[in-house]
Design a binder for this molecule. Structure first.
Ligand code: HEC
Length: 394
């Protein structure tokens, strides 16, 4: 899925660049040099560092890393020069020479177009409610071109000057949320300035725009799982309130507490529920988000207490809401959904991994002889998800 080099230095460089740009944005905002755009500080420049290019062009990334290194050394030399008068001339000359000789990357490669919302973060928290709201917005405003299943083959698609992209390709999902948001609000144009994708800024509220982007992520996962047996990009366990017994509902993160999660869509037959398992927390999905009365002793820990959860998970699993019963999903300790078990399937195996974007573990010795589920969980733990979106590691 991701197939990208996992060099630690590249990760560090990308994180550093992202943090530096965010810090600059905060500073500009605090100084009153930039205002707000759609409720968050507006990126005031037309360009930003192209993390996505650095990711695939290691030569460029190396050049930049060297140049930044030289810059740091130059700063030290300047400080020394200030403090050490006797050698000031030499130190400053060396600093200037280093700056000149540094392998500065070409700005046209290093920078890419930015929008005021490029660095915005989605306020939805990728919740089942946002996905449900997004589904309505999508059906009403987007499906005619992008298609019910998100593959870009809606009834209007063939009449457009440019074909809508398929959501199943990782290309789209790797864009920064803020850039996608801008493209929906402001529309898109081709090289001649002709509109290719309409602008929805006047028709859809900001909250609904963020919601429809969440829905598109769920849709991409479901359609990808059906078409290719895997998700185009990693997907987080969507947020939902969780109710355990008669206690007040908790947020998913509070309840999960860094544990793995098994999600079980309850198909109405109490006997089909798996027993409790210490290897993960079990979350029961029911159609209306309430605890079924006819289960004498609930065999799953807790229930997703939202009537929207069933539909959201059906979309992610790539099945209609009538077919979700009996489906299981596994999320790793970081909260990424990793595996999907079809209804009626007995036992787990590595073939159930739908999110394969982990960094392959160096060795898989020792997995032989374990039961399928244990092997799968160990593989999930060993191959942690490294998701790069908008060129930056999440
Ligand atoms: C009239 C047809 C049409 C409608 C309606 C439409 N789109 Fe698009 N959309 C397109 C086309 C065509 C493109 C590709 C544009 C391009 O690459 O220049 C596109 C591209 C996109 C992209 C990719 C942006 C990127 O960064 O490349 C997103 C996201 C998107 N649309 C979301 C939506 C959403 C959300 C809606 C509904 C609110 C919607 N679209 C409605 C035609 C449409």
């Amino acid at each position: 899925m991701n197939g990208l080099p996992a060099q630690a230095w590249l990760n560090t460089l990308l994180v550093l660049l992202q943090d530096a740009q965010l810090a600059l944005l905060q500073l500009w905002h605090a100084l009153g040099l930039t205002g707000d755009s759609h409720g968050q500080p507006a990126w005031p420049w037309a360009r930003r560092i192209a993390g996505e290019t650095l990711l695939i062009d290691l030569g460029l990334a190396r050049q930049l890393a060297w140049s930044l290194g030289v810059l740091a050394v130059t700063l030290v030399l300047v400080v020394l020069a200030v403090a050490w008068r006797r050698h000031r001339g030499v130190l400053l000359a060396v600093a200037a020479l280093a700056l000149i000789l540094a392998p500065w990357p070409s700005p046209s490669l290093l920078l890419s177009a930015a929008a005021p919302t490029s660095f915005h973060t989605s306020p939805t928290g990728f919740s089942v409610n946002a996905i449900a709201r997004g589904a309505e917005v999508y059906a009403h405003h987007c499906a005619a071109c992008h298609g019910e299943d998100g593959r870009g083959e809606g009834p209007l698609a063939a009449s457009l000057s440019r074909w809508p992209p398929t959501l199943v390709s990782p290309l789209l999902a790797r864009r920064a949320d803020g850039d996608l948001f801008w493209h929906v609000v402001d529309g898109m144009r081709d090289a001649r300035g002709q509109a290719t994708m309409p602008a929805f800024g006047g028709a859809i509220s900001d909250a609904d725009t963020w919601a429809v982007l969440d829905y598109m992520k769920a849709l991409a996962a479901g359609t990808g799982a059906v078409a290719n047996g895997s998700w185009p990009t990693p997907l987080l366990l969507p947020d939902t309130p969780v109710r355990c017994g008669d206690d007040a509902p908790l947020t998913l993160a509070q309840w999960r507490g860094g544990q793995r999660v098994r999600v079980v869509a309850f198909d109405g037959d109490p006997q089909s529920l798996p027993g409790l398992d210490p290897r993960f927390q079990t979350l029961l999905l029911t159609r209306d988000g309430t605890v079924p009365r006819d289960i004498p002793q609930l065999r799953a820990d807790c229930v997703a207490a939202s009537s929207q959860a069933w539909g959201a998970f059906a979309r992610i699993a790539g099945v209609s809401i009538d077919k979700l019963g009996g489906t299981e999903l596994l999320a790793d300790r970081d909260g990424w959904l990793r595996a999907r078990g079809a209804p009626g399937e007995r036992g787990w195996s590595e073939a159930d991994m739908v999110c394969k974007s982990g960094t392959p573990a160096r060795e898989s010795r020792g997995l032989a002889g374990l039961d399928g589920l244990t092997a799968l969980l160990l593989k999930m733990d060993a191959e942690r998800v490294r998701f790069v979106k908008g060129g930056f590691v999440h």
